[in-house]
Design a protein around this ligand. Structure first.
Ligand code: ATP
Ligand code: MG
Length: 183
């Protein structure tokens, strides 16, 4: 599966709707300090179901909503969508008949997050599972935060193992087993 586009609207500093085309060979995003590079990566993690505000450098999840600036009022919602090119049919089974997947997450003040896949309302878990099965997601080892390398070096074996499990694409199976055991 290949991400082909990300759209941000009211997410952190991206107050106006912004499309970023993710073309073949894109290897980096450069820009001056504070221009939104890290916000972009956080948007990617967020739309894949990240639910820890600290991973978004915030105190609460609503902190991802554009908070206002000297000349612009704050927004009431933030939305991020990603388009995934599935022409090679690599998406997990229940999505694999589609040429393209669109995943949308929207957070509204005082109303929490809502998710859609190809226009259909789904739960956070469905989106998290979709990416876990595709060996990526909010905790994907492909997304490396500042400071994460030293965290990993100092981590306990159990947390280090979790990183390997994400990379191996088996974390979705663990989650399903955990849920089955609770039933
Ligand atoms: P650096 O090169 O220093 O790492 P960066 O390009 O990664 O910079 P970001 O950290 O992505 O920059 O962006 C920081 C900017 O985003 C700051 O100006 C901050 O005020 C703004 N910002 C963060 N959250 C919000 C929000 N909720 N509303 C408005 N602006 C926000
Ligand atoms: Mg940064």
């Amino acid at each position: 599966m290949r991400f082909s586009k990300i759209r941000l609207n009211g997410f952190k500093s991206f107050v106006d709707p912004t499309d970023l085309l993710i073309g073949d060979g894109l290897t980096g995003v450069v820009g001056p300090n504070g221009c939104g590079k890290s916000n972009l990566l956080e948007a990617l993690r967020w739309v894949m179901g990240e639910n820890r505000p600290t991973a978004m450098r915030g105190g609460g999840m609503e902190d991802v909503i554009f908070a206002g600036a000297a000349t612009r009022p704050a927004r009431n919602f933030a939305e991020v969508s990603i388009i995934i090119d599935n022409s090679e049919r690599l998406a997990p089974a229940n999505f694999n008949s589609e040429d393209q997947l669109e995943i949308v997450r929207r957070i509204t003040r005082d109303a929490g997050s809502a998710y859609k896949t190809n226009g259909k309302d789904v739960r956070a878990r469905d989106v998290q599972m979709l990416f876990a099965d595709a060996s990526t997601g909010a905790h994907s080892p492909a997304l490396v935060r500042q400071g994460q390398i030293s965290e990993l070096i100092n981590a306990k074996p159990k947390s280090r193992r979790r990183v390997l499990e994400e990379a191996a694409g088996i974390s979705g199976l663990y989650q399903r087993r955990h849920e089955a055991e609770l039933k």
